[in-house]
Write a protein that binds this ligand. Structure first.
Ligand SMILES: [Fe+2]
Length: 253
């Protein structure tokens, strides 16, 4: 027994879809309520759907009773102010788990590499059902910022850098790929993140939007990459010798 997965994500673990024209949409992320939730840098999150409809961002498996990352319950106060974002999350018609807007403060490439992590999307997910993947809809216009993906967190040759202009839509198997965002600029970045169950609904949604499972890597000086590798390795060994614990996954969004 295994999970239902999407062949579109087999090759690289991600697909970039057609950009979404959000010029006429209200900037609803400015009106909703954020809570402090540290993940992959200086972040806050505004939950639109949580485990049981409360204004909180914990993984569904941490609740009582625990549940897998499906059947999220809408957070009334936030969806009242963000009907368009809710509609975008619902458009695929797939089961929705966690659905939230992330606010990320600017950072450096080396911070992003330090923050690379895998998500725990499929804990408690019964085999034979759909594998949970996540959609990232960039809300602010951040053409000089990048979603950084790596198949192997310590191997830069496996890195993909996806630029994040407004309306960028990427669906990622974030339990497979190490990921974090390198956000350059002076203002916070906002992005709608939705957990969806793989299945025929999501497949149709993806196929209708010209999915690309490989994109040109945004250029980056190899010396910057090498310096970041070195710094991260040093920080990791410093932390391990200070704590006596081997570091594993850093964070979970
Ligand atoms: Fe994540």
């Amino acid at each position: 027994m295994s999970y239902i997965t999407l062949p579109e994500l087999d090759e690289t673990g991600y697909v970039v879809l057609d950009g979404y024209d959000q010029v006429l949409d209200p900037q609803e992320w400015q009106d909703i309520e954020f809570v402090d939730w540290k993940s992959s840098g200086e972040t806050r999150f505004a939950p639109l759907a949580s485990a049981y409809g409360d204004l909180e961002c914990n993984g569904f498996w941490h609740h009582d009773p625990p549940k897998t990352d499906k059947d999220g319950v809408w957070v009334d106060a936030n969806i009242a102010k963000a009907p368009r974002l809710k509609a975008r999350a619902e458009e695929p018609g797939a089961n929705i788990g966690r659905c939230r807007v992330i606010e990320l403060q600017p950072n450096e490439y080396v911070d992003c590499i330090w923050n690379l992590h895998q998500d725990d999307n499929n804990r408690l997910n019964p085999e034979g059902t759909g594998w949970i993947v996540r959609g990232f809809f960039n809300l602010t216009d951040n053409p000089d910022s990048y979603m950084i993906l790596r198949e192997d967190k310590d191997d830069p040759s496996t890195e993909t850098r996806i630029a994040l202009p407004a309306g960028t839509q990427v669906i990622i198997d974030t339990q497979r790929l190490w990921h974090a965002v390198w956000h350059r600029g002076g203002e916070p970045r906002y992005c709608l993140i939705t957990s969806w169950e793989s299945g025929p609904e999501l497949k149709t949604y993806i196929r209708d939007r010209h999915p690309r499972s490989r994109v040109d890597n945004a250029p980056l000086d190899p010396e910057v990459i090498a310096a970041a590798q070195e710094t991260v390795a040093r920080r990791r060994s410093e932390r391990e010798s200070a704590s006596g614990v081997v570091m594993d996954v850093l964070s979970e969004a």
